[in-house]
Design a protein around this ligand. Structure first.
Ligand code: ATP
Ligand code: MG
Ligand code: MG
Length: 350
């Protein structure tokens, strides 16, 4: 049988490995860390840094197709891998999603709304950007941000010194603060044949920049629901994308505004494990393996709750709850702010 190569050994890599195994594939993960969530379930773990050319070549030689669980793959590693085996999603999707400036320009070119934005490399840029965009605003690192890390809110002009310190000299972007009523996301998939399938949009609540819950269905009008799914399809088609993508949206009285896109399975898509017969992980494996997409229609309403840090203390209670399906990542150490697992609560309809 074929082997799927996965870059990154966190919980997303773990759940991709499980889905791949269920379809009869073997899996090989590439991950610098030793005792990582995916290493407990994959057939093989190549433990090496992304700079190790020999290890990358060994990885590529032992797999049939390569995918990844995070978007910050170094370009040098991609150069090596891509010459040896197909990489899905491809480097165009990575280039667009690795840099918030490139990402927003791409979305605007597609006719999609984003927050107003400007590049900030020094204090003079910040002053200029603030007068253009206005306050409140958010200064974010252009690259490598996740879970709200590398972001600073600017409410008053006096906040700028601290905001720049928080960026520590990294190239940044100033975004106007979007006055949204709530946040939703679309998890979309596209395969090598160009078929597109989107899961129902979920409604996301963040706490301290980290996703807390996703509730399905999201509060959206029929028109908004259609808009959300169509814009996700537009993005997938424009990128000639292969795999699953997460599209984060702000819902406003003036329509949907795209926050960011993630070229991978997405935390806000974990509800699909209990809500659909084919979940986002299987859908991704199908897409990158050249299979037809599966049926991602929702058969049950679900509330997904992330188990972060000490939330793990609630596991014994959750394990007793017949409405809850638990997904634990097998991380050895509980840390504040660390995603340890999630609970999918099935909302039974009368
Ligand atoms: P992740 O990749 O884990 O989703 P991230 O670090 O890329 O996180 P963002 O998605 O940019 O972070 O922002 C995190 C949250 O902060 C958003 O989901 C939203 O709640 C809030 N936020 C971000 N940008 C804006 C904005 N321009 N206006 C209003 N709120 C925002
Ligand atoms: Mg992000
Ligand atoms: Mg986000």
């Amino acid at each position: 049988g074929a082997t799927i190569g996965i870059l990154g050994g966190g919980q997303l890599g773990r759940m991709l490995s499980v889905a791949a195994s269920r379809l009869g594939f073997r899996t090989c993960i590439f991950e610098p860390g030793a005792d990582c969530p995916a290493s407990h379930v994959a057939n093989r773990h190549i433990q090496a840094p992304y700079e190790d050319e020999r290890a990358l070549r060994d990885f590529a030689a032992s797999v049939d197709v390569i995918t990844y669980e995070f978007e910050n793959i170094p370009t040098s590693a991609l150069d090596i891998l891509e010459a040896l085996k197909p990489v899905h999603p491809d480097r165009i999707a990575l280039r667009v999603s690795q840099d918030r400036m490139v990402e927003k320009a791409f979305l605007n070119d597609l006719g999609l709304q984003t927050a107003p934005f400007a590049a900030v490399d020094d204090p003079a840029d910040l002053a200029r950007a603030m007068s253009e965009i206005g306050l409140p605003a958010i200064l974010k690192t252009r690259r490598f941000g996740y879970d709200g890390k590398g972001q600073a809110r600017i409410i008053n002009p006096e906040d700028t010194d601290q905001a720049l310190m928080d960026m520590a000299g990294a190239p940044a972007i100033l975004e106007g603060f979007v006055d949204f009523t709530h946040e939703v996301s679309v998890i979309g998939a596209r395969n090598t044949a160009g078929d597109v399938s989107c899961f129902d949009p979920g409604e996301n609540v963040h706490e301290g920049g980290i996703l807390r819950t996703t509730t399905i269905p999201a509060r959206l009008s029929a028109a908004q629901r259609t808009d959300a799914v169509l814009l996700a399809g537009k993005i997938l088609n424009k990128l000639d994308y292969v795999g699953v993508m997460g599209v984060e949206l702000f819902v406003t009285t003036d329509g949907l505004i795209v926050n960011e896109i993630a070229p991978r399975v997405h935390n806000s898509g974990h509800w699909t494990q209990q809500g659909c017969s084919v979940d986002q992980f299987e859908q991704h494996i199908r897409a990158v393996a050249g299979w037809p997409l599966g049926d991602g229609s929702r058969h049950t309403d679900v509330v997904m709750e992330n188990l972060i840090g000490d939330d793990m203390d609630r596991v014994p209670d959750l394990a007793r709850d017949p409405a809850v399906s638990l997904h634990l990542y097998g991380k050895a150490e509980v840390k504040e702010g660390r995603k340890m697992g999630h609970a999918n609560r099935v909302i039974t309809k009368p």
